[in-house]
Design a protein around this ligand. Structure first.
Ligand SMILES: Nc1nc2c(ncn2[C@@H]2O[C@H](COP(=O)(O)OP(=O)(O)OP(=O)(O)O)[C@@H](O)[C@H]2O)c(=O)[nH]1
Ligand SMILES: [Mg+2]
Length: 211
């Protein structure tokens, strides 16, 4: 049997990757993957699919953040992910870069605003995936945890900072005509299933383009 095209789900620990994976399953009840109370719930790189699905999902282990980080384990996970992408990038028709809205300001403060010599991990990750030509969607998750005002402020900060790193990220809600190099962004809540329809629609669009 020919393997299905793969959807990549990548991001820091505890941002909601497995929760999003579950929402994309044809039959979520039969999905055994763990969504975690503790960061670091997903440790194996294993494709997930169900028979009626047109693609398989690779829900990667999270990196970069754990409550009790073991440095060696972190480095091991990071290396595993890099090797995986280097080896399998051709299998991916699309990638979701999942980011927790509650962590954006801290990351940008620390690695951009206060220190111009570093690059925030989110942007580093996006650049890394772009090098392998995997089309991307930035999923800003856990939107339910912030007010509308905070949400707009944080996302604007994110977009403006990204621009300074040469990344042109555009909110898909705004329906901007997509330029070739634009990276779309969607506001999301796995908890409230907010924009789930839009997410599925976007994935289908890229799946069709691939065939
Ligand atoms: N409020 C809120 N909580 C969420 C949302 N998405 C996920 N969570 C919660 O965040 C925690 C982590 O979710 P996971 O889906 O396990 O995150 P993950 O990215 O797969 O984590 P790792 O496998 O550790 O990398 C769980 O307690 C989820 O219930 C969301 O949109 N809103
Ligand atoms: Mg997980």
């Amino acid at each position: 049997m020919k393997e299905k095209p793969s959807l990549l789900i990548i991001g820091n620990s505890n941002v909601g990757k497995t929760s999003i994976t579950r929402l994309l399953m044809a039959n979520p009840r039969k999905f055994k993957g763990k969504s975690g109370k503790k960061p670091g719930s997903t440790l194996l790189i294993k494709p997930i699919s169900q028979s009626s699905m047109l693609y398989q999902i690779i829900d990667l282990p999270g990196f970069g953040y754990m409550k009790h980080p073991s440095h060696r384990r972190q480095e091991h996970i990071k290396k595993q992910i890099v090797l995986h992408i280097e080896k399998h990038h051709k299998d991916y028709f699309f990638g979701l870069v999942v980011i927790n809205i509650l962590r954006i300001e801290d990351e940008l403060q620390k690695y951009f605003i206060q220190n111009k010599k570093t690059i925030p991990l989110s942007f580093e990750l996006i650049n890394f995936l772009k090098e392998f030509k995997i089309p991307l969607l930035i999923v800003i998750n856990k939107i339910d945890k912030v007010s509308n005002i905070d949400k707009d402020r944080i996302i604007s900060l994110f977009l403006n900072s990204a621009e300074k790193f040469g990344l042109n990220i555009v909110r898909i809600e705004k329906n901007n005509p997509e330029k070739l190099n634009d990276i779309p962004l969607v506001e999301f809540s796995a908890l409230k299933k907010m924009n789930l329809g839009k997410l599925k629609e976007t994935i289908s669009k890229f799946l069709k383009n691939k065939n």
